[in-house]
Design a protein around this ligand. Structure first.
Ligand code: TMP
Ligand code: MG
Length: 212
């Protein structure tokens, strides 16, 4: 139908350090949007359900070892394999709330010392987020939150480097939300920011591509 065709969904990405609260906020956002009559889905990267995703998962749980460049490209491939479905969903009016995306991809690999331009290159041509909401928390505070789960990158020293690379990547279009506030306050701020973005996309803001 014409109406449906006219209003596309929004590509909303939540980024932040491990334990910044992204996952809970993502599911809360999806419920909130659905409650407001917005068709929405929760996505996450890495998507561990695919073959590539299982290789990534094995690496993160330390059951496999991979060269830093190799794992970087696998994370990217994991986004590429979802790209066409992502575009279809957005164009047919579904808003996607995505728990991590290319920004984590670059920030985590750059934190290992890989060149940032090299890290961005395989992301070129993926859909750019309409909104990046960054859940801001210090590495120290994040590490105090119920401890890390034991995956490869969940170590304070490394998270400090990731925080630094997020600072380099960050641009004026990102919405920074203080993740140390009570969970309901973070939720309220996100709801407002995201609903604005959904409205803009409905009005016809065009989709754009990385790396822009
Ligand atoms: P998760 O905890 O959100 O499942 O993500 C697993 C880890 O993978 C997390 O420490 C962030 C890291 N990561 C990358 O290094 N590159 C990427 O492209 C993505 C999406 C996540
Ligand atoms: Mg994790």
């Amino acid at each position: 139908e014409d109406n449906k065709k006219e209003s596309r969904g929004a590509l909303v990405v939540l980024e932040g350090l491990d334990r910044s609260g992204k996952s809970s906020q993502c599911s809360r956002l999806v419920s909130y949007l659905e409650g407001h009559g917005v068709s929405a889905e929760l996505w996450r990267f890495p998507d561990r359900t695919t073959d590539v995703g299982q290789m990534i998962s094995a690496y993160l749980t330390n059951t496999s070892q991979l060269d830093d460049h190799t794992i970087h490209l696998l994370f990217s491939a994991n986004r590429w394999e979802k790209r066409s479905l992502m575009e279809t969903k957005l164009k047919t009016g579904t808003t996607l709330i995505v728990d991590r995306y290319s920004y984590s991809g670059v920030a985590f690999s750059a934190a290992k010392g890989l060149d940032i331009q090299w890290c961005k290159a395989p992301e070129i041509g993926l859909l750019a987020a309409d909104l990046v909401a960054y859940l801001d928390i210090s590495p120290e505070k994040a590490s105090e939150r119920g401890g890390y789960g034991g995956e490869r990158y969940e170590k304070l020293d490394f998270q400090k480097k990731v925080a630094e690379s997020f600072k380099v990547l960050h641009d004026a279009s990102w919405k920074v939300v203080d993740a140390c506030q009570p969970i309901e306050d973070v939720e309220k701020q996100l709801q407002e920011i995201v609903l604005n973005c959904v409205t803009e996309c409905r009005k016809g803001k065009p989709l754009s591509l990385l790396w822009s």
